[in-house]
Write a protein that binds this ligand. Structure first.
Ligand code: FAD
Length: 327
């Protein structure tokens, strides 16, 4: 296998009771991601995720979102206590939103299907050549040159595009071999995979370590106990394995998808996917590809504006009362 990945990932939208362009973006991204993953043999482990309440205002939030027409018909609906108990195998307090259009996917199957033919190299820097851009390797040797470069390197974008305001957020999942549950999310999450029950995950800002920490398994068990206490009791003595890796977020917690900030002409970026990469990445990759090709984007302007990598510079200029000038 070429790439390291978690045994399972949830494809779920961020939920925003404001029901504005942000919720529209996630609804469109969820539909596109589901369509593409369903076409990959072995990629979809299960359909549906039960979103459990985390705070009192979730009752109203879930009801507003379920009643809206932003998502495809039958994508989500409110779940009563009985169906939550059937789904999770335990009695859970509070309202819940059944996300029928969400999925549990196997990242390795997606990576193998989409990235089987890529050339793997570490890029240390990107330099303008006068006519285009060159990718430089760790030894200083030129790896490739061309007119257009799209940096889709997760937290690696921090070094390649220093003007992008990106923050690393370490996360660790825990895996209990031989255990399973139908997928549920509540801030924490739990899902089944061929390797066992995957649950977690930790969030630690400004930590880019990918070492496995026993203390983080304990935190994940505590988080599991907040959503699914019976399951947490069942796995607390299991020999847990896991995996740690690093997310990357922007100051407004929305991705960057478009021309790179402060970058040379022809330099594009797709990063800042936070905890929703499996929902957002397919649609946003098509958005960036359309910009590179000068073709119409699948995203309406209002949604594309939310993701414009230059927005932080423009906001800073407005705050200091300066007119925003083109770089
Ligand atoms: C514990 C944990 C659990 C998560 N669970 C979920 C989940 O259930 N659902 C979900 O949607 N999201 C989840 N996420 C978030 C998800 O992993 C990210 O949103 C997603 O991986 C971001 O995709 P990306 O392609 O931008 O970056 P990455 O997945 O980080 O991929 C970047 C790639 O670029 C390569 N790269 C980096 N720098 C360079 C360089 N200089 N040169 C060459 N290559 C480079 C890397 O090796 C890597 O292959 C989770 C994250 C963590 C940490």
């Amino acid at each position: 296998m070429l790439f390291r990945s978690n045994p399972a990932a949830l494809v779920t939208p961020r939920l925003d009771a404001g029901l504005g362009p942000l919720q529209g973006l996630f609804a469109q991204a969820l539909a596109r991601a589901g369509q593409l993953y369903d076409a990959i043999p072995g990629a979809v482990l299960d359909h549906g995720v039960m979103q459990l309440a985390r705070q009192p205002k979730d009752a109203d939030r879930f009801a507003r979102i379920a009643a809206s027409d932003l998502f495809e018909a039958s994508a989500l609906d409110l779940a009563d206590a009985e169906s939550v108990a059937r789904w999770t195998g335990e009695k859970v307090a509070g309202p819940a939103l059944a996300q029928h259009a969400a999925r549990v996917v196997r990242p390795a199957a997606i990576l193998e299907a989409w990235l089987a033919d890529v050339r793997l190299e570490t890029v240390s820097s990107i330099s303008p050549t006068g006519e285009g851009l060159a990718l430089m390797g760790p030894s200083g040797a030129e790896l490739w040159r061309g007119d257009m470069v799209a940096v889709c390197a997760g937290s690696g974008a921090r070094a390649l595009i220093p003007d992008a305001p990106l923050q690393p957020v370490r996360g660790q999942i825990s895996i209990a071999p031989g255990r399973s549950v139908r997928a549920a999310a509540w801030g924490g999450y739990a899902a089944s995979s061929p390797e066992g029950l995957v649950f977690g995950a930790t969030h630690d800002r400004d930590d880019a370590g990918d070492d496995l920490r026993p203390s983080d398994h304990r935190r994940n068990l505590q988080t599991l106990g907040e959503g699914l206490p019976r399951l947490a009791r069942e796995v607390e003595t299991a020999a847990l394995t896991g995996r740690a890796s690093v997310r990357v977020v922007t100051p407004d917690r929305l991705p960057m998808a478009g021309p790179a900030p402060g970058g040379a002409p022809g330099l594009f970026v797709l990063t800042g996917l936070g905890s929703r990469g499996f929902c957002l990445a397919p649609l946003l990759a098509e958005h960036v590809a359309a910009q590179i090709l000068g073709a119409p984007s699948p995203l309406p302007t209002q949604m594309a504006d939310l993701l414009d990598p230059d927005r932080f510079r423009r906001r800073a200029m407005r705050r200091t009362g300066q007119a925003a000038v083109e770089p």
